[in-house]
Design a protein around this ligand. Structure first.
Ligand code: GAL
Length: 460
């Protein structure tokens, strides 16, 4: 009996050990399978591209970042030796220098050089480069006025149209909130065949000079205009942020035109879905459905909702995304079935850190995948290269590569704000893997590469 019992106990113990071992092995198996799945999934998204990227000379050129080593000047004015002993030197940061109109480094952030346009020269020539931060001229030799803008590729005319805030007026401080502003002048429009030479098409939606109750009265705010084309109606539809000088109206406006170069007819404004709407953008998906994305609830979250078929209104569908994250300046794009978005923090005209977000469905869940900025130096990366996102445009002919468009605002003289366009590439593993992906990142990395000058191959 005793022997039997011992034998039985042994069998039970063995069986127990056996099932524990089996359990451990199945768990290991499961994990391996999951990892494999993750790798395959990842390969499907970014792997192929990386292969492409390492073989394609243009990708390598776009990813070759430049480093910045800017020496911060010592504070001006002589200090007495006693004062120097008592108090350590007041240190300023690069951001302080950027925000200081009298900084000795002003020429670095707002260089007086102009990007010279000579369409007769080809892509191999020096004159065909983008110089982020320089003064960009149109084909008439005048500085381009298309701030907070976006680009429409018009397939009918095979032409790019760049729309933005025309801010060529005096900057002054708004009475109540003390924010730097320029009266509404209108929406500027520039056309290009090659994304480099821009012809001024004039102001396609103009301010109202006299009617003070009109949304577009010059004393109000018109920001971040974006245009999409509606195949069903054959109309070009513009959405924009409409506000009063104190940003309390927090609405979106819509305008419509038969032609990409206007004139646009203003249809009116609304608070979409009944909510505040400040920084915004629109995004037209591959299936022709367009969406409005806007900062709401005092900029604490973004809202996203589809537009009606004619793109002139929102529908009743709306989702709250990035709740509590306080993001604005959304710029949405899509790559291989995944939606991506770049946003900024909320610090007015002052630059801050950009974040990239990704989602399988446009309605979310949206995951924050990290700061996309690479190169320059730490401060450049923490300030989106001293700029703020406005739009992301797919680079023709190079899938996975985009032009990241941003504004380097100059609150001392808003008309003299600069454009920072840089290559954005979706490839490689993301920095911040999601918890449920077992240590393997689910998204590809979104990278924006700093260049003092860079070029794209001829588009035309
Ligand atoms: C920013 C916004 C700009 C403009 C600015 C005014 O947060 O992105 O479009 O509204 O504030 O200070």
């Amino acid at each position: 009996m005793g022997l039997y019992l011992r034998a039985h106990a042994l069998t039970v113990a063995q069986a127990g050990r056996c099932s524990t071992t089996a359990l451990i092995w199945s768990l290991v198996g499961c994990l391996l399978l999951l990892n494999l799945f993750s790798i395959v999934r990842h390969k499907g998204k970014g792997g192929e591209f990386q292969l492409l990227a390492s073989h394609h000379p243009q990708f390598r050129e776009l990813q070759q970042v430049e480093e910045e080593n800017i020496q911060i000047p010592p504070p001006r004015g002589k200090r007495s030796p006693r004062a120097a002993k008592r108090r350590p030197k007041r240190t300023t940061t690069l951001i302080d220098e950027f925000l200081n109109e009298d900084s000795q480094l002003r020429h670095i952030f707002f260089p007086s050089q102009k990007s010279v346009i000579d369409p007769s020269k080809d892509a191999g020539n020096d004159s065909y480069y983008y110089y982020p931060g320089r003064i960009w001229l149109d084909t008439d030799g005048n500085p381009i006025q298309a701030h907070g803008g976006g680009i429409l590729y018009d397939e009918l005319s095979r032409t790019y149209y760049w729309y933005g805030e025309y801010k060529d007026g005096p900057t002054y401080l708004a009475q109540k909130n003390g924010l730097a502003r320029v009266d509404i002048i209108g929406v500027g429009c520039y056309s290009s065949k090659d994304l480099w030479t821009w012809k001024n098409e004039g102001i396609v939606l103009a301010a109202q000079e006299t009617n003070e109750t009109h949304d577009l009265h010059k004393s109000n705010v018109l920001e971040r205009p974006k245009v999409i084309y509606n195949e069903k109606t054959g109309k070009y539809v513009m959405w924009m942020h409409i506000d009063d000088a104190n940003y309390t109206k927090a609405s979106v406006g819509v305008a419509i035109s038969d032609n990409p170069d206007g004139p646009f007819d203003y249809l009116g404004s609304q608070r979409p879905h009944g909510y505040e709407s400040r920084d915004m953008t629109i995004f037209k998906d591959e299936d022709g459905v367009a969406y409005l994305i806007y900062s709401s609830e005092d900029n604490s979250e973004l809202h996203i909702g589809p537009l009606t078929e004619d793109y002139l209104n929102v529908t009743s569908v709306m989702r709250r995304i990035l709740v509590g994250q306080r993001r604005e300046a959304p710029a949405l794009f899509k790559h291989r079935g995944t939606y991506y978005m770049i946003t900024s923090g909320c610090t007015g005209w002052a630059p801050n850190e950009a974040l990239a977000h990704a989602a399988e469905s446009i309605f979310g869940p949206w995951e924050t995948v990290g700061n996309p900025c690479i190169g320059g130096n730490k401060v450049f990366q923490q300030t989106t290269f001293f700029a703020q996102s406005t739009f992301v445009l797919p680079l023709p002919g190079l899938p996975g590569s985009f032009i990241f468009m941003a504004d380097r605002w100059n609150p001392a003289d808003l008309r003299n704000s600069r454009y920072v366009w840089l290559p954005l590439i979706v490839a490689g593993p993301a920095d911040q893997p999601l918890e449920f992906s077992f240590g393997f990142p689910s998204w590809s990395r979104v990278s924006i590469y700093w260049h003092r000058k860079w070029r794209i191959s001829k588009v035309e």
